[in-house]
Design a protein around this ligand. Structure first.
Ligand code: F42
Length: 145
């Protein structure tokens, strides 16, 4: 098994530790918003190390919508590049863990539909999009079995 490298951001690493350490029974929401979070386990494209990325939970049927918002920062988060290089991930949603494959949604009609679901789940995504010049990437994660 590859090494797990925690996020250099303490609050993110702490959320992962609590969420995963409790098998998905604690640390399930973003800070004081009360809104649900999932944990995406992916691989670093250079190190090959295991990375764990908490994201907001937005669902479309059995699929998850992953929004590379990084709070509306000018650059994509590093995990965006990791998922482009290695699309096979695991998603923990509370006590359930699913094997998933992700793809970036480039079709504009499909992106709009999924974006609207994501914004309904987590309204600040729209503010993040409004404050950045980049088009915030949207992935869909679909079950592999
Ligand atoms: N971020 C979002 O973008 N969207 C969300 O919906 C979201 C929700 C959320 C909820 C709870 C929570 O705790 C955090 C949440 N975040 C959300 C933050 C998210 O978890 C990430 O922390 C954030 O998006 C930043 O991602 P990042 O991948 O840019 O992380 C940076 C800080 C980071 O970890 N950098 C590493 C480092 O060491 O500097 C790089 C790690 C890495 O992947 N390295 C690669 C490797 O090979 O290992 C190489 C990368 C390369 O190509 O250089």
């Amino acid at each position: 098994m590859s090494e797990y490298i925690p996020s250099p951001r303490d609050w993110v690493a702490e959320q992962v530790e609590l969420y995963e350490g409790s098998q998905g029974t604690e640390g399930l929401t973003l800070r004081d918003t009360g809104l649900p979070v999932i944990i995406v386990t992916n691989r670093g494209r250079k190190t090959g190390a295991v990375r764990k990325t908490p994201l907001m939970r937005a669902k479309d049927g059995n699929s998850y919508i992953l929004v590379a918002s990084l709070g509306g920062a000018p650059k994509h988060p590093v995990w965006y590049h990791n998922l482009k290089a290695e699309p096979n991930v695991e998603i923990r949603d509370e006590t359930e863990v699913h094997a998933m494959r992700v793809r970036e949604v480039v079709d504009s009609a499909e992106r709009k539909r999924l974006w609207d679901i994501a914004v309904a789940a987590y309204p600040p995504y729209q503010e993040y999009q409004d404050k950045t010049d980049r088009v915030i990437p949207v992935f869909i994660a679909e079950p592999t079995r």
